[in-house]
Design a protein around this ligand. Structure first.
Ligand code: B12
Ligand code: SF4
Length: 484
């Protein structure tokens, strides 16, 4: 059986973000690695729309002629995923078209009601869905018995959902990197991040300790799950040595969700490789500020030769942090920031403007807070506009307030944002009730926050490459302070 898995290219109406294409998507790699460990009669083709055009991917669908085409989607590439499925339906009705991901999970009903070219939506973890899809396709399992699957039943005009199953991560196989040619990625990393930079990403956990999730977070709801720290350490050590990596990026939501797990992982790493201790490879992860307060945690990060911790501060205003359910505050943020900097590690700080309750005062507070962080040593910031992602309370708010949008599977992000700002989560009186004036104030706030970091020689948006080696604009590299 032939399986083509792809991340479709970002559609014309959206810009790929700076980090796009620097590393293969873990979704497609995890699924293929999992299936490969269970079956020896599957052929895989993994494609990345950050490196291939829509036409090139259509060409591969034609020549590879898969039994199942699986697309990993978010709001930026969903339109193109539909195009690929329409194309595959046109050239061969035998191909099953399947979509999966957080976006697909949260939009499953709307996708299936609107698109007949999509046979299944995989909901939640893709591994159980794919295990069963393969069996269903082979005629060994009725689709009703499959896990994490949804489809449209034309007879009842209903979307059928099968049983939900979250994967036990202790059972998870490591990522089998040779499934993909890493060379184009390493070449892109060299171009964007500098000579000799070699990074691969991994995943040790799924889920987030924050319950309920932050109001803007587009993850599907699951519980926190961890891989066996020993198995995971072995995996990291193996690929780091094999590919001579200079950086490892763990893409879990927050790497430090369990102190116990972190300690076990650090000890296991010591056993399996010395590359981190010797300073030849660095570590980067996402981390929540409230998990960066304990000394032993910071010591652990130092032991792993952390180059950078990516912290989602989101806002510099306690009222906004409360509104979004972040379960943190500025006092915690400052303590965590001080802990990280005093250990000699770098921070990649992420903020969002336009969160519920945003007003002139909160925006002034964000700018003042960014300034405070810069004074403490921050030299990397990205200030994002709020995204209204399916599955979130914000998306639900828009649908409740504007029910005419409810059935659509494609709603431009601009429109969602505009509609959200008109809901009672915001008071636009200060802006004369004008959404455009509110957005203009957000732009000014984002520019001021970013400007504070740039004025101190820091960098904005992008992977960043250590102190004084930040990406500033586009694909350009900052020339000053660079020796290569
Ligand atoms: C890494 C990452 C990125 C990287 C991707 C780099 C790379 N090459 O991998 C970068 C930085 C580029 C990125 C970008 C964006 N991202 Co992002 N990203 C993540 C992050 C942190 C990890 C993703 C990951 O690797 N997970 C591990 C894998 C194994 O899990 P997975 O992707 O969910 O896949 C599993 C299932 O979803 C399912 N599945 C996935 N695909 C498919 C396909 C099929 C056919 C099937 C059957 C199943 C299936 O099976 C997989 C295995 O269980 C997630 C948060 C998270 N923890 O998931 C956010 C996340 C996916 N990103 C998100 C968003 C919004 C974006 C952006 C749109 C943001 C923006 N500012 O524009 C962009 C879009 C991309 C673009 N236009 O370039 C949201 C998506 C929410 C949503 N509902 O769509 C998330 C969930 C963050 C969040 N908390 O809200 N992102
Ligand atoms: S802390 Fe991050 S992963 Fe957790 S709910 Fe908030 S945005 Fe989502």
């Amino acid at each position: 059986m032939k399986i083509l898995l792809c991340y479709p290219p970002v559609s014309e109406e959206y810009n790929p973000i700076r980090d796009s294409g620097l590393a293969p998507h873990l979704s497609t790699l995890c699924i293929a690695s999992h299936l490969e460990s269970l079956h020896d009669d599957l052929d895989f083709l993994l494609l990345d729309g950050h490196h291939l055009s829509l036409e090139e991917i259509c060409g591969k669908i034609r020549t590879f002629s898969p039994d199942i085409l699986g697309c990993s989607v978010d709001f930026t590439n969903y339109n193109n995923a539909v195009r690929l499925c329409e194309y595959s339906r046109k050239i061969s009705p035998e191909i099953w078209n399947v979509l999966g991901s957080n976006h697909a999970t949260n939009m499953a009903d709307r996708i299936l009601r609107n698109r007949r070219c999509i046979d299944f939506v995989s909901t939640f973890d893709g591994e159980p869905s794919w295990e069963d899809l393969v069996l269903i396709r082979k005629g060994k399992l009725p689709r009703e018995k499959g896990r994490n699957l949804a489809w449209y039943d034309p007879d009842t005009r209903r979307v059928i959902h099968t049983r939900k199953e979250l994967m036990d991560l202790e059972e998870m196989r490591g990522v089998d990197y040779p499934l993909i040619d890493m060379e184009p990625y390493f070449a892109m990393q060299e171009k964007v991040l500098g000579k000799g930079f070699r990074m691969m990403q991994f995943t040790s956990q799924r889920g987030c300790a924050n319950k309920p999730l932050c109001v803007f977070c587009g993850r599907y709801t699951d519980g926190i799950r961890f891989r066996d720290p020993e198995v995971y350490a072995k995996e990291i050590a193996y690929w780091t040595e094999k590919y001579d990596l200079t950086e490892v990026w763990d893409r879990s939501d927050s790497f430090i969700q369990s102190r116990r797990w972190l300690m076990d992982f650090c000890h296991a790493m010591e056993k399996h490789t010395h590359r981190f201790r010797e300073g030849r490879t660095t570590f980067k992860t996402y981390a929540r500020a409230d998990q960066l307060l304990k000394e032993d945690v910071i010591d652990c990060l130092k032991g792993l030769n952390f180059r950078m911790v990516f912290i989602g501060y989101e806002a510099g205003d306690d009222r906004i942090l409360k509104n979004i359910g972040k379960h943190s505050n500025l006092e915690v943020y400052l303590k965590a920031t001080e802990n990280v900097f005093s250990a000699g590690l770098d921070i990649d700080a992420s903020f969002i403007v336009g969160l519920p309750g945003e007003n002139r005062q909160s925006m002034d507070n964000h700018v003042a807070f960014a300034r405070q962080l810069v004074e403490m040593g921050l030299d990397k910031i990205r200030v994002n506009r709020l995204l209204v992602l399916p599955g979130t309370p914000l998306y639900r708010k828009v649908m409740e307030t504007f029910p005419e949008l409810n059935d659509r599977d494609i709603i431009p992000q601009d429109l969602l944002q505009h509609k959200l700002f008109l809901t009672d989560l915001y008071d636009l009186n200060e802006f004369g009730g004008d959404v455009e004036a509110f957005k203009e104030a957000q732009r000014a706030c984002a520019d001021a926050m970013t400007g504070t970091v740039l004025a101190h020689g820091g960098g904005a948006e992008g992977y960043g490459y250590g102190k004084g080696r930040n990406i500033l604009r586009g694909k350009q590299l900052q020339s000053r302070n660079r020796e290569d």
